[in-house]
Design a protein around this ligand. Sequence first.
Ligand code: WTA
Length: 668
Amino acid sequence: MAEQASGTGAAGAAIEDFLVEDRTFPPPDSFNADALVTGAEIYDEAAADWQGFWARQAAELVSWDQEWHTILEWDLPFARWFVGGTLNVSYNCLDRHVEAGNGSKVAYHWEGEPGDTRTVTYGDLLGEVQRFANVLKGLGVGKGDRVAIYMPMIPELPVAMLACARIGAPHSVVFGGFSADSLSGRINDAECRVLVTADGGFRRGKPNLLKPTADVAVAASPSIEHVVVVRRVTGHADAGDAGPTDMTEGRDHWYHDLMAQADAECPAEPMDSEDLLYLLYTSGTTAKPKGIMHTTGGYLTQVACTHKYVFDLHPETDVYWCAADIGWVTGHSYIVYGPLTNGATSVIYEGTPDTPARDRLWSIAERYGVTILYTAPTAIRTFMKWGAQEPERHDLSSLRLLGSVGEPINPEAWMWYWEHIGGGRCPIVDTWWQTETGAIMIAPLPGATTLKPGSATFPLPGIAAEVVDESGGKVERGGGYLTLTQPWPSMLRGIYGDPERYRETYWARYGDRYFAGDGCKIDDDGYFWLLGRVDDVMNVSGHRISTTEVESALVDHHAVAESAVCGATDPVTGQAIVAYVIVRGGIDATPELGEELRAHVASKIGPTARPKLLIFTDELPKTRSGKIMRRLLRDVAEGRALGDTTTLADPAVVDEIRRRAEAQPQED
Ligand code: WTA
């Protein structure tokens, strides 16, 4: 019932609401002088006619070969957007900018980890994409055939994606850090005919070979007929002792050999608005990965729209940098498809943020004059741990907007980002979305929304979200489960080959609502606060407490850079809270500090939330995309006696966490 959930800390609520954050940040005047949206009209327009709103976006931001006749056909849970329309995604990303005279505009400033650089213009990209589209055709790839891509962060990765889009072959990008098993599992599920990979890339100062892993995967992938290999490491000055690449005669081909023989021109295939653009696999914690399906017209419309308005994009002057990996949805939507559709200039960086030193990102931001930076809370907390002296070494005055994605951002991490990266002048857009949603769903519009640190604020225009309790009743104020109540253009169209699983996973729990799997609370002003995955919610003496709120209370203490909490089985309280804490650079992890932190949580959000056990650690187990693996921490905690104590920086725990993280299959 809604009234049960209202009121701070109400026991019986689906998820209780403890942490109060009352700092507010209206859009700075300096930002608003030139912002695309400064008022509420766009929300009003979308509220009055949400389908009409999306139709206007589709018409304004995307070029169609043939117009659609119906905006939306909705047969829950199956949506078709812009029905009857035809278009080509690579045409929208490339040709139309070149035709408009912008061929010499930079699409990507690329920087390799060893320091090598490439400047790729829209004209260059169009040329390369057309050739590679012809290469794929030459290998027998036709419209509808699936192509797997397993690559480092090099320009050939977007080239391969766009070449697939050009000929109507859906791609399935597999993150370059995944194992051979993960790769072959994904290839086999989609029965891909071709794999595009590279000999390797550079990470942590050395070559990270991909081809040997790809070979193991392909041996277990009967559908693969050809493997195309980009040369990145072989012959590079920093290749070290990386030997020659094994190439299987007849099956494997060097990218540069095929490109040298390919025709320069390849027309863009007109695609139906609902044709499959790509598959991207997300893994549940245990089950088989789900091939999330994204189609053409609706997807492109929403990524273009959100990229433009959430990042307040001024394509003539902005230098935009999304520091994610293209192997995740964030990279698909906000390194490749959104920015290119909007004609933006972006930065792509190949390697890790601490190579050769901990100021690598700031030196890149300074060098290219980055104006918009989009990264993840996990990265921000790492920068906090490393200390403010790293960004201080660089002139970051070109920055005007910051973004966050991937996890809830703790208010103190938000404040650190605001102060030390944004210099107190850059709005921060905290963007909630998922692989399944395809594009940003809940986020501020930086010129129009007053920010609160840690809140993703409000659903975007055209998006309808509500929080519900256990029984599906709407929660007006307080904590519960996040649901989406109407279809949106970039929504997943299903799980590849498994419509039933699609319905069961997302549409079965709360009637006709899409259930996102996240906890969320709504505050007195109607702001949305994401509370983490509902599987992680802890139950202490009948109180349903979100991990996010306890973690944020810990990070609120000046000594803490990052923390992860979980609930471990406890004979008295059902679950007890166990906290793992990483201190900021230069701070000593003493038992006294541990006591102080436990007391700090109790004073910040109440005695029920006081961690029973607090463990100092110097690292936390994370998924490949940087999300904390709380399930694993729970296992570690449950294997140990839970005294009412602080454990000192306990090497045994750290070893155990590391060992278990390594023993996990390399799934996300
Ligand atoms: C979490 C990444 C809080 C959430 C785009 C979601 C967030 C999952 C935020 C999707 C945010 C992402 N605040 N939580 N701003 N952004 N999440 O599929 O739990 O890799 O369900 O997509 O990340 O992760 P995915």
